[in-house]
Ligand binder design. Structure first.
Ligand SMILES: [Ca+2]
Length: 473
């Protein structure tokens, strides 16, 4: 495949090892009897949070708890996700790249009959098998049918919603179906969802089985649309520039503010329980912010649904007092799939994450030397339903691309026009398209792209009929 064929339709090293090996317990053959001192793990996943929507990245939104947690730990400047919710979450839960199995598209509104397949070993099952209590508090988005339920995929406890989004008070999805659960029991509560999730996480920690450590995913549905938030919090931001000119931004800012308050509640609970220093906290957004709904990814181009930096490089950090040093900023490229192996290593478990797809990045959490990464497939294969819903321009484009240690190649098709961008990763704002300067790199990366796509499920042949895929396959 060559460039000429592209346009089809139109145009911490040593310290880490020493520190961490002394702090983490051994695997103990996964028995439940010796786990009292194993570290707890909390993974906080906001939904559609923009790069620039946290205080430590320059936001005007007040996020003191997030900022403190980030600044007293390691901040990741090259944490790579998928531009949509479900594929990123699938990477986290299974340690597989997007495309290894079903999730190359969003599980839009839970109507597509997809979810984590039976037999797929999840990170929740891994921690449960190692003697942990496991809890998902918040959004699942890995399938709504019974066989896809979080209780069937490693979570002892589930509180939250199964689909992609809900009204924050009414707890209904856009199709009108109520979606709020405690395990498999439908429950009704009209209070603000973010408050409920923070309070539930706090309650879970206080009332935990103290004979076990816990692994908790706290997946806020904030600041995903609809941009609903308590009026008094919205009022705080009423006079901010963005809020005055763009009403969705007012609610969005308040959504993030409340989420930060609830994260503060969880941290206070860890302190009250005396387990803060025995708890690793990881934080990452599942995709970039959506401009139409108030998200802000400045200074990077791109947004949710796009594979430019703003869509797939997200605010992310980890904190573990006494184990992860304060004030580290890491440029290491980390994929969401890496968290499986990394969190296993962090707490001293034998690594069972998928080899080659999930790389142990634990040394990099304390400033370990940067390591070379395999190329990452980037894509937005949004389903027709999702594209129609998001039909607001860039987000509804089809995107394919590759990210390597040196380059980002993006190929997009919107209304029959193919665009090819090649950015040097040392061009942080992605201003200089080098595709015509380095056509040989474009050719090389297209070969790499097609190699990565080969054999993946959810083939893309149907695109040819509707939108074209810009490449001759
Ligand atoms: Ca999302």
């Amino acid at each position: 495949m060559g460039l000429k064929n592209i346009i089809k339709k139109s145009v911490v090293g040593g310290l880490t090892g020493l520190l961490m090996s002394s702090c983490v317990p051994k695997d103990n053959n996964n028995s439940n009897t010796s786990n009292y001192n194993k570290p707890n793990v909390i993974v906080i996943i906001p939904d559609d949070l923009g790069w620039a929507d946290v205080g430590y990245n320059g936001s005007h939104i007040e996020t003191p708890n997030i900022d403190k947690l980030a600044e007293e730990g390691v901040r990741f400047n090259n944490f790579v996700v998928h531009p949509w919710c479900s594929p990123t979450r699938a990477e986290f839960y299974t340690g597989h790249f997007p495309g290894s199995w079903a999730y190359r598209t969003p599980n839009f509104n839970g109507m597509e009959g997809t979810g984590i397949p039976e037999g797929e070993y999840t990170i929740a099952e891994r921690f449960r098998d190692a003697g942990y209590s496991t809890a998902l508090i918040g959004k699942w988005h890995m399938g709504t049918q019974p066989e896809f339920h979080p209780n069937e995929h490693g979570f002892d406890y589930f509180y939250g919603h199964l689909g992609g989004y809900i009204g924050f008070y009414i707890k209904k999805a856009i199709d009108g179906n109520h979606d709020w659960w405690k395990n498999k029991e439908e429950i009704y509560n009209s209070r603000y969802a973010t408050n409920l999730l923070g309070e539930e996480a706090s309650r879970y920690i206080r009332e935990r089985d103290k004979s076990k450590p816990f692994f908790m995913t706290l997946a806020f549905n904030a600041p995903h649309f609809p941009q609903q938030a308590p009026e008094d919090v919205i009022e705080k931001y009423r006079n901010s520039t963005f809020c005055r000119f763009f009403s969705n931004r007012c609610g969005y800012m308040a959504q993030v503010d409340v989420m930060d308050q609830e994260i503060g509640l969880v941290l206070d609970t860890l302190d009250d329980e005396g387990i803060r220093e025995n708890t690793l906290t990881m934080f990452f957004s599942d995709n970039g912010g959506s401009n139409a709904f108030g998200g802000y990814n400045s200074p990077f181009p791109g947004e949710k649904g796009e594979i430019l930096k703003g869509g797939v490089q997200v605010a992310a950090f980890a904190n573990w007092p006494g184990v992860i040093n304060s004030g580290i900023i890491s440029d290491q490229r980390i994929h969401t799939s890496d968290l499986f192996a990394t969190l296993e290593a962090a707490v001293g478990l034998r690594i069972r994450a998928p080899a080659h797809e999930s790389t142990n990045m634990w040394p990099q959490f304390n400033g370990g030397a940067r390591i070379s990464r395999n190329p990452a497939l980037l894509e937005n294969l949004a389903s027709d339903t999702a594209r129609e819903f998001y039909d607001s321009g860039n987000t509804s484009r089809l995107w394919r691309g590759v990210l390597t240690d040196n380059w980002r190649l993006t190929i997009s098709n919107y209304e029959g026009v193919c665009n090819i961008n090649l950015f040097d990763v040392n061009d942080p704002l992605e201003r200089d398209n080098m595709s015509l300067v380095h056509p040989e790199v474009v050719d090389e990366l297209i070969d790499e792209l097609q190699k990565l796509e080969k054999g993946l499920k959810n083939d893309i042949s149907h695109w040819n009929k509707k939108n074209g895929v810009c490449l001759e396959n």
